[in-house]
Design a protein. Structure first.
Length: 508
């Protein structure tokens, strides 16, 4: 995939008028997609009560949005190169708003899963354009670092802002309102974007390879689904078969990209050690952040009994940490080093997750708030710097491909955070001992157990809730430990893979 981003040859090109206002439009798109990936966490208990999904359906409602986005980002990035990044951003924003209505009024678990999947298709049209347009708007390396910092801070903070906005709406309206907030934001994005955003596309992009699109989508969804099923239910022939299908599709995708004259994704980008290290850190940073926020939302409400808005406010430290760290990440990476900032950010997330292995039903807020703050700071530093590294470690004509890879890592990390860590939680939770007369569905999710308890005798209901909450917290503790090990190992790997990497070394 190629890009028409041209090198700056004049002062006007370097200092494009209105570039900061144009950035605000791109930030709106990133914020909305990030918020929508996590706002569902607080609404999950209400959706469980209203739609009565099974445990597996509940996980799909939570993660199919990110799965579809991850599977389509590269393809939609390539399509944007062909029809124009501004155009696909505005079309995607309109579709995102319309499909949000379908999400808000879904009446069955199956319709909700479909609506979330369609929202993922629309989200995939939004994301690839943003970083590539930033590269086109900001040619000065330091200005671009600040712009990417604002972009990264917004993406990271959006993950934590979702529960706050969702909590407020859930206390005053029904659960569908968390999706309807997309409408006014998307309206502003479209109206302002038409006036402020520059168009950018490739005049000679070659054909859009539909087979590659299908292979990337099938491979991504199949592999993540297999991981989720194996983690939740153990190894099975079904999970193995789906994993084999996904790996085969991805292998075929890679081989096809290496032979196409104009591939959807230039796989040779990964030969750059800094690029590969940044993508890996990118993915696992968001895995730790999104997985933690998603399940702490349920913990705060269903275990500690907090109201939705109170639970959302409890997660504010993650947003504050992400914003502050994101804004100073570029300066920190230049003063110290890229690998120090990225490895330090990953280690901060890993240590925060490790601290949560001691969590129990009565854990006080000081520990939870401190852990969330460190996760936010770590994500702000790591995600912002890796995004800048990904942009600056490839030639300008490949900025579109690099942007798609960065955002694919973001969305895949969000999906895996919910799927893998969530499957650990669900796998541990399912086996809790329950009193006689407990409905089978109570073992599917904690939300289902809380609902089932309302129809049981008081003593049995108390036994059920006590046992279910204890088992959920045990699962959350184990998942936090697994996440801590992965993040700390990635911090060590990033230290070596990002050696000698500098933000100012933009490839020419």
């Amino acid at each position: 995939m190629t890009s028409t981003l041209q090198p700056a040859t004049t002062t006007e090109a370097v200092k494009r008028p209105g570039r900061w206002l144009a950035l605000s439009v791109l930030v709106l798109a990133v914020l909305l997609v990030a918020v929508d990936a996590t706002v569902l966490g607080l609404a999950t208990p209400y959706i469980s009560e209203d739609l009565k999904p099974s445990g597996t359906q509940l996980l799909w409602i939570g993660d199919v949005y990110s799965f579809v986005i991850a599977g389509l980002l590269v393809s939609m990035g390539s399509l944007g190169d062909r029809i124009g990044r501004k155009r696909i951003l505005l079309v995607g924003a309109t579709a995102f708003g319309a499909i949000s209505i379908l999400n808000a009024y879904a009446s069955t678990p199956e319709l909700m899963i479909l609506a979330r999947a369609l929202l993922g298709v629309a989200g995939a049209t939004l994301m690839p354009a943003t970083l590539a347009l930033i590269r086109n708007l900001f040619h000065d390396p330091r200005e671009r670092s600040l712009a990417v910092g604002i972009w990264g801070a917004t993406a990271s903070a959006g993950t934590a802002i979702g529960p706050i906005a969702g909590g407020f709406l859930l206390e005053h309206f029904w659960w569908g309102s968390v999706f309807l907030i997309n409408l006014p934001v998307m309206a502003v994005l479209v109206v302002v974007g038409i006036k402020l955003l520059p168009e950018s596309k490739n005049p000679n992009p070659g054909p859009w390879d539909v087979l590659s699109v299908a292979l990337s989508l099938i491979g991504m969804i199949a592999v993540v689904y297999a991981v989720k099923e194996a983690a939740a239910h153990g190894l099975s022939w079904e999970a193995a078969a789906v994993a084999a299908l996904g790996l085969t599709a991805l292998y075929w995708f890679v081989r096809r990209q290496l032979t196409l004259p104009t591939p959807l994704l230039d796989m040779r980008l990964f030969r750059n050690r800094g690029f590969s290290g940044a993508v890996l850190a990118d993915l696992l940073t968001i895995l730790g952040l999104s997985g933690l926020v998603f399940f702490l939302s349920q913990y705060l409400q269903l275990v500690q009994g907090r109201r939705p808005f109170e639970a959302g406010l409890a997660e504010v430290p993650a947003a504050v940490g992400a914003v502050v760290a994101g804004l100073i990440a570029g300066r920190a990476a230049r003063r110290f080093s890229v690998r120090a900032v990225v490895s330090g950010g990953l280690a901060a997330i890993g240590l925060a997750l490790a601290a949560l292995t001691v969590i129990d039903e009565s854990t006080g807020y000081p520990l939870l708030g401190t852990a969330l703050l460190f996760v936010g700071i770590g994500a702000g530093f790591s995600f912002t710097v890796t995004s800048d590294v990904i942009l600056s470690s490839v030639p300008k004509e490949q900025a579109g491909a690099a942007s798609a890879v960065s955002e694919t890592a973001y969305e895949l990390g969000a999906a895996l955070g919910i799927a893998v860590l969530g499957s650990i939680v669900t796998g541990v939770y399912r086996g809790f001992p329950s009193p006689a007369g407990t409905p089978e569905g109570a073992h599917e999710s904690l939300g289902a157990a809380v609902e089932a308890a309302q129809a049981m005798p008081a003593e049995s209901a108390q036994q059920l809730l006590s046992s279910a909450r204890e088992s959920f917290v045990d699962g959350l503790s184990i998942a936090a430990g697994a996440g801590a090990i992965v993040l700390l190992a990635t911090a060590v790997a990033a230290w070596f893979m990002l050696r000698n990497q500098r933000l100012d070394n933009a490839a020419s």
